[in-house]
Design a protein around this ligand. Structure first.
Ligand SMILES: Cc1cc2nc3c(=O)[nH]c(=O)nc-3n(C[C@H](O)[C@H](O)[C@H](O)COP(=O)(O)OP(=O)(O)OC[C@H]3O[C@@H](n4cnc5c(N)ncnc54)[C@H](O)[C@@H]3O)c2cc1C
Length: 328
């Protein structure tokens, strides 16, 4: 029998992780479940290396740094953090608690749920080249995190889009060599200044080219061959060939939806008692789809969950009077 949690948060983006911190701060036994192998949601996925300027208290922070800070903050209260699991369905049990079932049939039990799963799950289009599975994780990447790992390395970026140009330019002064391979004759969704920057850079662009084979000893990839037979030495490959987006399952979970999101009031309550919503998953008039919005909504959702679990609970608390984390 699975352990019963007070609050289970679906989605480990910035909103879900912050909700985990806040829930733990309110002494609720908390779990977060994230589909991706890593936490961070859209910030980690789409712009980990870019600077964000509109989060209060950070006059410029990269996506990756922000995710690290939010994760560290969540870890202060030691929630159970599950990664690589997709919640497929939710059942309300007779005693009012919930059973959350993952894709493989595994279950999680919880008295309340906070949905912080954005617009649903997304995956990168995988690299369809012999050997790419073998070198996955250490050498084949789908987002540009941890720039340090590319220092003095030979990097090949595979993309037809502006994302590939962005990544190549971000790595130009870090890596030893950057090659950009594009299947097409030109790049999609680019501005003139992107192309100008690329032309002025040291990035070696290969148009109408594809990777045909990866070479290595099964542990370490050392080179690749392109369609025309050219061999390139390589330490890391970065791939952006678009996204597979799986739409949210909120209607299947019995929730009212609007444009694929869940309508809520200022208390972040859904139409199902015991299920609360925060972040990009939530919709209401004048909603802003921003990181800081998710933080505020996470607080409101946790406060509503706390009062649902115990009607005597305070409607809000101040962290400044909860001294127990002060010296950590
Ligand atoms: C290109 C771009 C630039 C942006 N720039 C800014 C900016 O400068 N400033 C700013 O404030 N905002 C910006 N935003 C918006 C900001 O990224 C989002 O508002 C924020 O990331 C939403 O966070 P979230 O945690 O609510 O949702 P997400 O980040 O979408 O996280 C949801 C998580 O839930 C997981 N999930 C989904 N379904 C399930 C399931 N069934 N089971 C388990 N896990 C599940 C997903 O894998 C995902 O990790 C930008 C967005 C984009 C796309």
């Amino acid at each position: 029998m699975s352990e019963v949690f007070d609050v289970t948060i679906i989605g480990g983006g910035t909103t879900g992780m912050y909700a985990a911190f806040y829930s733990g701060m309110r002494d609720l036994k908390t779990k977060v479940i994230e589909y991706q192998p890593d936490f961070g949601g859209k910030v980690s996925f789409f712009y980990p290396e870019k600077k964000i300027y509109d989060v209060g208290g950070f006059p410029g922070v990269t996506g990756e740094e922000l995710v690290t800070q939010v994760k560290d903050q969540a870890n202060l209260v030691e929630p159970v953090m599950v990664q690589g699991e997709k919640i497929q369905s939710i059942e309300k049990l007779e005693d009012g608690s919930f059973r959350l079932i993952n894709k493989n049939g595994g279950e999680h039990l919880s008295k309340a749920i906070i949905i912080a799963s954005g617009m649903g799950t997304f995956d990168m289009q995988p690299l369809q080249v012999e050997g790419s599975e073998t070198y996955k994780k250490e050498q084949v990447h789908y987002t540009i995190q941890n720039l340090k790992q590319y220092e003095e390395k030979k990097v090949v970026v595979i993309s037809q889009s502006r994302v590939g140009i962005d990544w190549s330019l971000a790595l130009e002064n870090i890596a030893d060599e950057v090659h950009l391979i594009n299947r097409g004759e030109e790049f999609k969704a680019v501005y003139e200044h992107d192309m100008d920057q690329l032309k002025d850079s040291s990035v070696k662009v290969h148009l109408i080219q594809e990777v045909e084979k990866l070479h290595g000893d099964g542990h370490t990839m050392t080179s690749l061959t392109m369609k025309d037979g050219t061999e390139l030495k390589v330490d890391h490959i970065l791939v952006y060939e678009g996204l597979n987006i799986e739409k949210s399952m909120y209607a299947e979970w019995g929730l009212e939806t609007e444009k694929g999101r869940i309508p809520v009031g200022t208390d972040m309550c859904s139409t199902i008692e015991g299920i609360f919503v925060a972040g990009d998953a939530a919709i209401y008039p004048s909603k802003t789809m921003l990181i800081a919005t998710g933080f505020t909504e996470a607080m409101a959702a946790v406060n509503s969950a706390a009062m649902y679990l115990d009607p005597r609970a305070k409607s809000q608390v101040y962290s400044t009077v909860i001294y127990k984390y002060a010296d950590q």
